[in-house]
Design a protein around this ligand. Structure first.
Ligand SMILES: C[S@@+](CC[C@H](N)C(=O)[O-])C[C@H]1O[C@@H](n2cnc3c(N)ncnc32)[C@H](O)[C@@H]1O
Length: 190
């Protein structure tokens, strides 16, 4: 990450601490875990809370074409940086709460850098319900967290029947983090 990205991130953290909610951008070790399993031929990827683009870069590095990646970010200065850095990327300046209205079908995964745990349950519900509408059956919602618990409120997990897998702790990140992969069980036709 460049010095100018770091400065932009820190500047926005000071201006909008409740939106950025991280001490530093995700490390390359965390980014690698976030994008593990993406399939270059598996359909579109939706990214939430792209920030200065560390996870975006890893998504593209995993072989996803920029035209097939849709990055949602509510901070206009981060959006400008993303557009300058990744000209063919689809950058959507909007709230992740509106993901249900994104004109993208059959996404293979949603990769989220959002501060989900600090969001109200109602917003989490809108985001996770939108996820279930935009992904193909069996698609994942991938989310990192610094805390010990699953980063989606229990009420939302229960309502949507979400199952999850959790990575080991990624120590080379500030602070150390884990990655959760949520999905809905795929129903088998009788
Ligand atoms: C913890 S930073 C993560 C940045 C980057 N993805 C990374 O991992 O380094 C959280 C990002 O989520 C964005 N964000 C917060 N709330 C959001 C919302 N409701 N909709 C879209 N983006 C949001 C912030 O502007 C910020 O860029």
């Amino acid at each position: 990450m460049s010095n100018s990205d770091f400065a932009l991130f820190m500047g926005q953290l000071l201006k909008k601490p409740h939106q950025v909610v991280a001490l530093a951008p995700s490390s390359r070790f965390l980014c690698a875990e976030m994008v593990a399993g993406l399939d270059p031929d598996g359909g579109p990827v939706i990214e939430l809370g792209a920030g200065t683009g560390n996870i975006t870069r890893a998504i593209l590095g995993a072989g996803i074409a920029p035209e097939n990646c849709h990055s949602i970010e509510m901070n206009p200065e981060f959006c400008d940086r993303l557009r300058a850095r990744f000209p063919r990327l689809n950058v959507h300046h909007m709230s992740a709460g509106d993901i249900g209205h994104l004109p993208v079908d059959n996404a293979q995964a949603v990769i989220s850098g959002l501060p989900l745990l600090s969001m109200p349950t109602e917003l989490q519900r809108a985001i996770l319900t939108g996820f279930t509408r935009r992904v193909t059956p069996g698609g994942s919602y991938v989310q990192f967290t610094y805390g010990p618990k699953p980063p989606v409120a229990r009420a939302v997990r229960d309502e949507l029947g979400l199952e999850w897998r959790r990575s080991g702790k990624i120590w080379w990140n500030m602070p150390p983090a884990r990655v959760y992969r949520f999905s809905q069980p795929v129903s088998v036709p009788a």
